[in-house]
Design a protein around this ligand. Sequence first.
Ligand code: NAI
Length: 272
Amino acid sequence: MAYNLLKGKRGIITGALDENSIAWKVAEKAHEEGASFVLTNAPIAMRMGEIKKLAEKTGSEIIPADATSVEDLTNLFTKSQEVLGGKIDFVLHSIGMSVNVRKNVPYVESNYEYFQKGIDVSAMSLHKMLSVAWKLDAINEWGSVVALTYMAAQRVFPFYTDMADIKAMLESIARSFGYQYGLSKKVRINTVSQSPTKTTAGTGIKGFGDFYDYANAIAPLGNATAEDCANYCITLFSDLTRMVTMQNLFHDGGYSNTGVSMEVMQKLGITG
Ligand code: NAI
């Protein structure tokens, strides 16, 4: 059901790779809720062509941008305002990649070139995006920026290796920039800490399948889907959450506040 929550709003949505992507679902929902937006992804991801289907479905333009390039991001924010006819009201940062995770490098043996690449793509890119938007004064007052993160930033999940540290940095940038942007332009910035979700980035993590089931058995509501996450992001882009900023918001079916569940105890044979 649509509520016109984003009627007349203009946005930039990063990270829609295929229909499993969280960003893909956000774009579908934002379209349903009346927003107009630009889709963007790294030029290399664009070659897969899937994003064109989403652009057609949602009547959006695609502007390629490598999120590590200030030049590309400047072009993205400049052109998006031209295409959409005004300043931007919402931005989704849905970008994550760790070469150490991809190559199964153990945390204690992290390769530092890979580590730096991961920081640049997955955390510093948020700072670059916000800094470019700031310089161009590209975001409207009461605009909203959401970046997706994972709870390994607070608690240890060994398989998440360097991405845990990178997500901690991402969340810190959201807080630090959230202060500055709130004060000067009333722009809010939050991170959404999402359940494990079966996407390209998610399933690229070794042991993801088993962990997905474990998290599902711990969380009283079960794992939140990509679609649930999209719904939550829409509320954060809407005017109904204008005073929420600098927060890391858990969207995980209750996982983060559950020590253990009866289901897991029973599976371990600890209780009857
Ligand atoms: P996905 O693989 O569909 O999306 C990741 C996106 O990052 C892709 O579209 C990819 O092309 C883009 N990307 C990579 N390098 C880039 C670059 N240099 N410039 C621009 N874009 C680039 O996977 P998913 O799961 O939708 O990931 C979206 C966000 O959600 C990520 O930040 C991820 O860490 C986060 N997240 C995912 C969870 C999961 O279990 N799937 C759980 C919690 C957070």
